[in-house]
Design a protein around this ligand. Sequence first.
Ligand SMILES: NC(=O)c1ccc[n+]([C@@H]2O[C@H](COP(=O)([O-])OP(=O)(O)OC[C@H]3O[C@@H](n4cnc5c(N)ncnc54)[C@H](OP(=O)(O)O)[C@@H]3O)[C@@H](O)[C@H]2O)c1
Length: 351
Amino acid sequence: MKAWGDLPGERAARERAELEAAIDEAGIDLDPVPYGQHRHGDETHASDHAHPHHQSVAGETPYTGIVGAGAVGTALGAALSRAGWPIHAVASRDASRRERFTSLVEGARAFIEPQALVEEVELIILAVPDDVIAPLAASVRMYGGQAMIHTSGALGAEVLQPAMAAGTQIGSFHPLVAFADTERAIAALHGATVAIEGDDQLASLLSLMAERVGATAVRLAPGSKAAYHAAAVLAAGGFVALLDAIAELGAVAGLDEAGSLQIYGRLIEGTLGNARALGIRAALTGPMTRGDVGTLEAHLAALAAHAPAALELYAAAARREIALAEARGALAPETAAAMTATVVAALARAD
Ligand SMILES: NC(=O)c1ccc[n+]([C@@H]2O[C@H](COP(=O)([O-])OP(=O)(O)OC[C@H]3O[C@@H](n4cnc5c(N)ncnc54)[C@H](OP(=O)(O)O)[C@@H]3O)[C@@H](O)[C@H]2O)c1
């Protein structure tokens, strides 16, 4: 992968591609590598694999392959390919998934074994379940000049270390998209955020890859991946859990789910708007900002009586709200302490 830094030069790339096509057509091999040998940079090494992996030239995207033709592998492969980033290979153990992938991604060669794909490409994307990433990385052997990335949000790039050899790079590329359906996911990649990890050279390549599918890359500091992902899970699944508790309380007041979503949805949108405009701390409203212990007690009693499953969630949020209000200067420390004690007592009664 010699030429990552040159990728933005689309015109130069086109010209080079045209030139290469003409050279190919004339049957000229500018850089022959003897069978059974392996070339990296200017050096040719003896190799124990018969097919030296392809190497891109200045202005080309790297020869890219995807291991895993599941939800992410297939949608990412199709999105990249449609955006002019060719995908040269896919590895999947399942014949129907291989077939679906190659029908969506023009020109991709299909393999069963991940190692066969590693023999062919420069950039290896592992789009396999989180638990499979480390053992899979340990089961393949990379060659100098290659890079391997995974698409997990929960794991850092370091889980790929077992696959590394001299001159290889590892990274990660996590799109903040819910890949439930291929076409919807491809559309959702536009405007999405992709968290990337990798050293400078690989990170700039991954940023370009994100841009190609219409996304924006954010580079994560080493060791911060789990926190970043936990925030994403809180924003998606955690928020749904909150909505579920809101609907449960709405039902006590006679609202069906649609009614709760309509009424409290407006409040949620308003609160989000306030947080965006004023900042999170300033967006906090309600009894916790006023030190209304009586109201807090009434809420906790109503929850214990009618929606006990939602009590813990309310209590956890209340404690965080009390701390925020105190930090904002809205609550005196004694009032904050009294409110926290009220919450703790309600939880103890519920136990
Ligand atoms: N789904 C999402 O919304 C989402 C969003 C962002 C990131 N991610 C991340 O993307 C990665 C892939 O997730 P996914 O949702 O695409 O999973 P998935 O739909 O379950 O697909 C996983 C793929 O990996 C292959 N695979 C499973 N076990 C394997 C093994 N032992 N060896 C080789 N290949 C194996 C599967 O089987 P075959 O070989 O049989 O084809 C399948 O093609 C995960 O790290 C996930 O955290 C997911």
